[in-house]
Design a protein around this ligand. Sequence first.
Ligand code: ARG
Length: 460
Amino acid sequence: MSKMWGGRFQKGTDPLVEEFHSSLAFDRRLYRYDIRGSIAHAQMLGHTGIITPEEAETLVNGLTAVLADLDAGRVEFSPQVDEDIHSLVERLLVARVGEVGKKLHTARSRNDQVALDIRMYLKDEISSIRKLLTDLIHTLLDLAERHTETLMPGYTHLQRAQPVSLAHHLMAYVEMFYRDVARLDDCYRRTDVLPLGAGALAGTVFPIDREFTARELGFAAVSENSLDAVADRDFAVEFCAAAALIMVHLSRFCEELVLWSSAEFGFVELDDAYATGSSMMPQKKNPDMAELIRGKSGRVFGDLQALLVMLKGLPLAYNKDMQEDKEALFDAVDTVKKCLTVFVPMVRTLRFREAAMDGAARGGFTNATDLADYLVGRGVPFREAHEIVGRVVLYALEHGKHLEEISLDEYRNFSPVIGEDVYAAIRVENCLAARRVRGGPAPETVRAAIARARERLRQS
Ligand code: ARG
């Protein structure tokens, strides 16, 4: 097959090489963006008089027809025939419109073209992932709204620590996912820059109108430096970093679902639609989706790493190494989208076992800090109060009692300042309600946080 760059060569490429260096197998997914970009480029060439208006029209019509062929699946893909999606589209265009098709690539290189395609693709994907994230946040807010009074233990070191509410716990994830949205928005701004016009690396001698193309394609800005424009994949790295953090957050949540759905915790039951069974053990209901999402996080971290390593040693400007950007980026996009798509309905259909959470919140001395704080309120220095309550807990453990079950006489042996009102102070509901500090778990505070989160989302 004759090559788009064949003029300088006297001998054909080894078929092994054709297979090896072709990106068609994976960059074919960019065809819509490639053609949209080419249509805008052709219009710009016509608009600036670099080609005639008739030629531009022929190119646009030809490209539109090529798009229809590709959409309808009427095109065969072969690395022996086409090196990448850009050469494939150009070959099909020339086959349709003849010689004039060869004018499309005036004032353009595949280097600025591929940078354009990826940016267009990623802008769309960022928007759809953003939508999935905001759906997730809304789901969590709806759940939180129903559970501001649902007690559960908060943990440190996975040991029961202090009482919180299920709503407060869920709202922690709202914060994480909201930061993910903000990171995507930030990444979007830097992706939204038109590289076309950078040519192979040094721009072009033709009087192109880059602002025209940017307007046609909906880019907010045009790149400032031609070398950077073709060498830059920072936006892809930034996306993968944002995607990696989304996966970290999903994975932590999934880890909790795995724990919480165990008989040992019994805090939650997954809907049958989001769990699977065992081929051998008839009783099993396994949280496979949560485990898979947790497991898939590793792929996305790998994608980020692959991009960073691919870029770090590259001299300016374009190098073929950069063709390796696509599979990593596509994998990160696909993985995050698939995970979110399953995760959102899985969370929406969770059945929380409120009694088990409540019971756990009341066990494990989660109100011990409140007892110490009570003593502080009676003038005992906190360090001393801590020591006293430590001894009370030891005593309670030895006698198999909760703090609420220790009599006033017993308490007075530990500290004479303790009065009847201690029981109200260590009632778990009251421990929660007393934590009204901004960012704290008191039901009214969490309700206000939910309202603010909804408002923040509306404005973003
Ligand atoms: N397939 C190439 C890539 O994905 C397109 C750019 C090729 N440019 C070049 N000078 N070989 O990066």
